[in-house]
Design a protein around this ligand. Structure first.
Ligand SMILES: [Fe+2]
Length: 361
């Protein structure tokens, strides 16, 4: 089939504490905090942080709901590792860097003939650095992480499944991936096309107990794939329904993009995402990304109730944009828009009520 999917758009995780998460992403993984906003589902204010490369490229964005109010259960049926590309030869740097910060890591490993190194977030989430040449995306740098080692963006992700068959069929028949190889328990799939961020590895773990599906600290929540237009979201939803996946969601207005979700057969929640004009730059200048809490316009009238229930945070000074680390971003433009940028399909927005008096933690 022709794939509507173009590659990974973002990966969404549930860490625990907000400050702990910011410190890990910015100082250990060397990511740029590119957006501070809030979760748009439900009536409880939860931060939504976006971390990415220097240009906040689609395909480099890990997003986090710090969910310290409830632990999750890691297991099969979940995204189990978020994979970043680093330049050939950079693994040695990362091993030293993780050792210096006493971050728990796997040591250098190899699959599909490529070196990688895994590191553990304090809440248990796993990330890996995979060496690959030719990824020219612009890395964020810090005083400790130089340009020749920094992460370029996503290589892809590892998803844990107990049985590969139906999840394989979902990726091939519903999303248009092709299977490119098997290495032990890992089955590799790739979106046709060029450029980085097109890999998914299914890790077959038949004995691993299923993980939790809802929001909970220490678990991945979903993986999102980029599609070109809102119309492609409608078409992808029809593909799901034709195959019997009638639980595909409505198309949701996430302000920075439009989203449609479905629960895949192995248990992993899969989102498809269409960009809107401006993307992450629609409400912040390139050199100010991530410096303050931004809300979608339809939440602004509840700003005080939201802020009063959020953990105060401090962004490390060295993560703030500086002249030498901020470049002109690639413009994010939706490929198909109306003259006034009105959406071309009906969009769903939840109008939450963040009433501080009703929250009981
Ligand atoms: Fe998402």
């Amino acid at each position: 089939m022709t794939s509507l999917v173009q590659g990974v758009h973002h990966i969404t995780l549930c860490p625990g504490g907000a400050q702990q998460d910011i410190d890990f992403f910015t100082q250990i993984l060397g990511q740029r905090l590119v957006k501070q906003t809030v979760l748009m589902d439900g009536n409880i204010p939860i931060y939504h942080f976006y971390y990415g490369n220097a240009d906040a490229d689609v395909g480099s964005i890990a997003t986090c709901f710090p969910y310290s109010r409830k632990p999750g259960r890691a297991g099969s049926g979940q995204l189990s590792c978020t994979s970043y590309t680093v330049p050939n030869g950079a693994i040695a740097f990362w091993k030293e860097h993780f050792d210096r910060h006493r971050a728990e890591h796997s040591g250098v490993q190899e699959r599909f003939g490529t070196k990688y190194l895994r590191v553990r977030h304090p809440v248990g989430l796993l990330f890996e650095m995979i060496e690959e040449s030719g990824d020219n995306r612009n890395p964020w740098t810090t005083t400790q992480i130089p340009r020749d080692a920094g992460t370029r963006g996503f290589f892809g992700a590892v998803l844990s499944v107990r049985d590969v068959r139906d999840q394989e069929s979902f990726f091939v028949d519903a999303l248009g991936f092709r299977k490119v190889g098997v290495d032990g328990p890992y089955h590799r799939f790739e979106v046709p096309g060029t450029g980085p961020g097109r890999i998914v590895d299914l890790h077959v773990e038949p004995e691993r107990a299923p993980g939790s599906w809802g929001f909970g600290a220490g678990t991945a929540h979903h993986i999102a794939f980029n599609v070109e237009t809102d119309d492609a979201l409608v078409k992808q939803k029809a593909v799901y329904e034709e195959m019997g996946f009638t639980d595909a969601s409505e198309i949701k207005d996430r302000f920075y993009f439009h989203s449609m979700y479905v629960r895949s057969p192995g248990g992993i929640l899969v989102e498809c995402t269409a960009n809107v004009p401006g993307g992450f730059f629609k409400d912040e200048a390139p050199d100010e990304l991530g410096t303050k809490l931004l809300l979608p316009p339809w939440f602004e009238d509840q700003r005080n109730a939201i802020v009063s229930q959020l953990e105060p945070i401090t962004v490390p000074e060295e993560n703030r944009p500086r002249q030498e680390t901020t470049s002109a971003p690639r413009p994010v433009v939706a490929a198909h828009t109306t003259p006034g940028n009105e959406p071309t399909v009906p969009l769903s927005r939840y109008k939450a009520t963040f009433d501080a008096d009703k929250q009981t933690t």
